[in-house]
Design a protein around this ligand. Sequence first.
Ligand SMILES: [Zn+2]
Length: 436
Amino acid sequence: MVLYTPGKTSGYPSEKIDSGIRFYFLGGAEEVGNVGCIIEDNTGTRLLIDYGMAPTRPPKYPSESPRVSDAIITHSHIDHIGMVPWLAGAYGTTLHGSSLTAKVSEIMWRDTYKVSSIENYPLSWDKRDLDLALDSWETHKIGEWFEIGEWKCKFHLAGHMPGAIMIEITTPTTTILWTGDIDTRDSPNVKGASPVKCDILCLEGTYGGRKHPPRSEEEKRFVDRVKEVVDRGGVALVPAFASGRGQDILRILNRDVPHLNVHFDGMGTRLTKDWLQFPEFNNNFKDLLKTWKWARRVYGKSDRKKALKADVIVTTSGMLDGGPALWYLNRLNSNRSNAILLTGYQAEGSGGRKLLDEGKLSIYGKMTEINLEINQYALSNHADGPSLVKFAKECAPKEIIIFHAPEDGVTCLNKELKEEFEVYLPENNKSLFLNR
Ligand SMILES: [Zn+2]
């Protein structure tokens, strides 16, 4: 289905820039996910950073991008890359990213295409665009400079997931750091992001104003709960995102309870195979390999039936919106020794949110009451509020743009940063000029 008509329906301003840098958010300014931002100056250099879609039901799309020759893709989560094939099809845009992001993008796009067909929601790109996008990648190493127009660009590790980058941009008049999604803490699979000195800091604010419990305590609470469930003869069902969280959970279980029988199912099995080809993006590759050999990977129906006798099942989707998690839940629901351990945020409207609020959710179209104990663990891969403030201070910018944040997150970060810095709160589809 056509959502945009290239060059005709974009609201991007046509007037020339005389001075300063223009930031124009197509999405993701005052919301989490759905990111896309055009950055341009008077040299005529223009680039797009990320072009995602929010995987809500129905999905939410950013506004149409104007013509861009180059786009920087920070990481492979769907709210950052979901709309990228459209760019390749409409404009032949070159996609700059890390080698792992480029590799993983294929699984993510093919899955998005499949889900859009099954659920019959509109997608502005087709399989031809997807193939063009796969051929449009230009990958760069971390720390290596490359040029886009009159600007120089360099990737830094973002800590959020393997292959995720922050982008440093040097224009003739200023320096910019775009964080993408960041985590400043080490997690089981990636090292935390380090600050980079810059003039303009574009800071994600997903967890602005909120504080995570210490990661090690939360991991222990999770493992203790798994042990309890297994000791009473139950199966612990752990719904987890395919790209990052699932692998983190496996690493934690392999480290703390290697004697347990842990099965891994869903799209994460294919994604992890991609990770294994890029050891440089993992903070302990040997351990990842060891964990991968240890976990029992589920590939077909008979594997899935065997998994029902496991101690732990780690599978997608992380918010119980589909995937094998629902198949397992449907079967495990009859034995109250079993339990559900949610490992992340459950968005409004998701199956996991309904389960937490009402004790029931839709399984294959049938509203089903769930009689199992449900626990939730904060194992996020985003920096929390205090860490974002500390990170911003260490980047020592003159100006800060807060984006990719809920309203209360923006308010809290703004309050904590505005004494010391010039803080800007962008709005979607409006020009924001800095460094004028
Ligand atoms: Zn992300």
